[in-house]
Design a binder for this molecule. Structure first.
Ligand code: GUN
Length: 282
């Protein structure tokens, strides 16, 4: 029998904890504010941004919403980011990705003040994570660490294998598992014998972007499997990168899709907004 790692429940707990901290800050006269910028109206981005604003409302964080037209120039967006960097009443700045093609994402992300970078994408924050200093950590991998800890999964000394090396998930995931004293291997599309490597994992984090690719033959018996993917299968049903029905019985614990990693990202964004106050006052 496997343990189902319940991201919905754990994210709700985190949001309750954040809500209590936001209320404490309010009592001290501190109102936490997140500026959310969306350029254009990509439907998926609109859903994500809507959910982020709803989460802010739930925990008591003030959100400022900037909905810019698709044809916004890079300069116009950079001007807004710089203005928000300067504003003392703004704690966090989030620019929803992807951005329209006339705007260079890296330039925009590098312009957000590292002290307001609640997404944890700025090179200063990535560097801080790398050398073990305080800073913002990318929300999805930070959420995965919370899922593991709150499900009583020990990381120290374990064989941890990450599939995927993106800047947002794979690389920070590997650094966080290392910070928790895991023995970490990062695999990717050029890995020669993926199954051989993943079959060694006590903890397997899958962020490969291919629906149901990971079947039982990739997984060691008794492993903990974390699925970052979200897709629609041939029947229009949500599924992950892991073939859940094929893999689950072989695991000690596994995240479902939906209801696993997904809800953790926004909960950790809220947590980062609260932590921004302390970081800004160091
Ligand atoms: N687009 C998809 N995921 C994210 C995220 O976590 N942050 C931002 N800013 N944009 C995204």
């Amino acid at each position: 029998m496997y343990q189902l790692i319940d991201g919905k429940k754990i994210s709700a707990e985190i949001k309750e904890e954040v809500k209590a901290k936001v209320a404490e800050y309010k009592k001290q006269g501190v109102e936490i504010t997140l500026a959310v910028i969306q350029v254009g109206n990509d439907p998926a981005s609109s859903v994500y941004v809507g959910n982020k604003k709803k989460a802010c409302e739930f925990v008591g964080i003030r959100s400022l919403s900037y909905e810019l037209p698709e044809e916004t120039t890079q300069e116009e967006l950079l001007d807004l980011v710089k203005e928000l960097n300067e504003r003392a009443d703004v704690n966090g700045i989030l620019v929803q990705l992807p951005l329209p093609k006339q705007i260079d994402e890296e330039t925009v992300l590098n312009t957000i003040s590292p002290l307001k970078d609640v997404d944890g994408f700025h090179p200063m924050n990535v560097g801080a994570l790398c050398i073990g200093k305080a800073g913002f950590v990318s929300c999805t991998p930070a959420g995965i660490i919370e899922l593991l800890k709150r499900s009583d999964v020990d990381i120290a000394g374990k064989e941890c294998v990450v599939i995927g090396r993106s800047n947002i998930v794979g690389k920070p995931m590997a650094l966080l598992l290392l910070r928790e004293n895991g023995t970490v291997t990062v695999t990717h599309s050029r890995t020669i014998d993926l199954k051989e490597v993943t079959s060694r994992a006590d903890i397997l984090v899958v962020a490969i972007g291919k629906p149901k690719m990971i079947t039982a033959e990739y997984v060691k018996k008794g492993a903990v499997v974390i699925d970052v993917g979200i897709h629609r299968d041939a029947n229009n049903k949500l599924c992950g990168d892991v073939d859940f029905d094929n893999v689950a019985e072989k695991c000690n614990a596994i995240t479902p899709v939906p209801g696993g990693v997904g809800p953790m990202t926004i909960a950790m964004l809220m947590k980062n907004c609260v932590e921004s106050v302390a970081l800004q006052n160091i």
